[in-house]
Write a protein that binds this ligand. Sequence first.
Ligand code: AMP
Length: 516
Amino acid sequence: MNYPGNFYQHIERHALAAPDAPCVYTGSDEVLSRDWLHAMAGRYANALLALGCVRGDRVAVQVEKSAQALCLYLGCVRAGLVFLPLNTAYTPDELAFLLGDAKPALFVCRPSHKQQLQAQLKLPPAVKWMDLDANGTGSLYDLARACVPRFDTCAVDGEDMACLMYTSGTTGRPKGAMLSHRAMSYCALTLGGLWQFSQADVLLHALPIFHGHGLFVSCNVALAAGAGMLFQPGFNVDAVLAALPQASVLMGVPTYVHRLLADARLTPELCAHMRLFTCGSAPLSAEVHRAFEARTAHRIVERYGATEAMIISSNPMNGERRPGSVGLALPGLDMRIADTQDEPLPVGEIGMIQVRGPGLFSGYWQLPQQTQQEFTPDGYFRTGDLGFVDDNGYLSITGRAKDLIISGGYNVYPVEVETVINQMPQVQESAVVGVPHPDFGETVVAVLVPHDMKHAPTAAEVIAWTRERLANYKLPKQVLVLAELPRNTMGKVLKATLREWVVQGKWQMNLKSSHD
Ligand code: AMP
């Protein structure tokens, strides 16, 4: 199937068909209609052109999540500009690198940060500066408000770049993934269909919108289906629990699931209006999946995506939603498990997950060589994730290729060891990393988070537990106990940080109790 034209057409048609329909609910009892959103996106599109931006220019945006920020994003897409969202946690040093790399025509920041950033960043004079606050103040808002709402959505080609999104960069230098209107349309329409989105849905949106999960999988799917969104500034367990009775879908990361489960107010009654919970961006353990079902009577639909490929797989709506699996490849997407020579592997064997299809990015911004390295000669993207597919097509992820531990020549897949450790009754979660070892090349280190720090298992207990269940070379040689694992904003465990702590002995500072 083809996905021509501007992605915004899929949102615009709903605004034109039923302009007064509610679209975005903000926390303050405010209901914004489809027409309001469409008009505001038009005002931003006009404002951006008035600032001198021309088709293809990057608009870098580091602002708080808000309905205004959403309209700015839609305004960029409508105008054929390239939206470049930036994590609000980025430091001036990180921003200097990203803005130097992306060379935007305009940088929109928070009013409270503008003065300091202007002094620190020293961007070329050609870059324009504007600011925007979550509550709808700032120079860009003032300009947009003064512009007319009418705007003829730019007739771009489906292949044109709509967003430049930097990979989360848990390791190495962030790379800008170029995402086309085609990839966004494919993702929104395919997922909307798969997850049976309708105009009756209300998505409880608590994810950040500077990341693909919150922007492409959440906002785009809901808006292209004509559904409403309950737009919350971030994940706050009280606010999410309070809003569940008004919502029908919640999209989250495993951290949300853990936090909801830790709250006694999460009951089947509270979730009675909910139709769907999805989870992704980081592994959700089978135990937590089952615990959520036991508490809410809802089976989470776990799905798997990546900045470069939007969405890759999902458990089905109808059919088995398998705990510990990320489900089936999306319709229209080719997925295979391949060896290091890119040769497809038989069912059940672990290898690199490779994907090809309309949701793929168009390459890394100004990195043609690295782009080429990440694609196979027959056009598959090497995700960097390891996994296997079973007889029924269900995909399980066993870890990142770079997290694979090779100990004494044997492959140790961290997820396998983590799964066994997570089954210990005292353990809430764990992360397994490999650290250099003079004899074995690498050795296995387990870091665990107990339910209660006072009743953490000892290293000897963990090793004995794993010895009963795993081959000798997979056993942790060292066990560390932490109150919580270091994670990025999407809930991904920062394994490189853990390795660094272990190697440099820094873990002693970060641990509440040490190994024995
Ligand atoms: P990002 O580019 O920040 O979206 O990160 C993409 C990576 O997140 C993938 O390559 C996977 O390693 C990981 N990921 C996404 N969804 C899942 C999931 N459901 N289970 C395990 N890992 C996931």
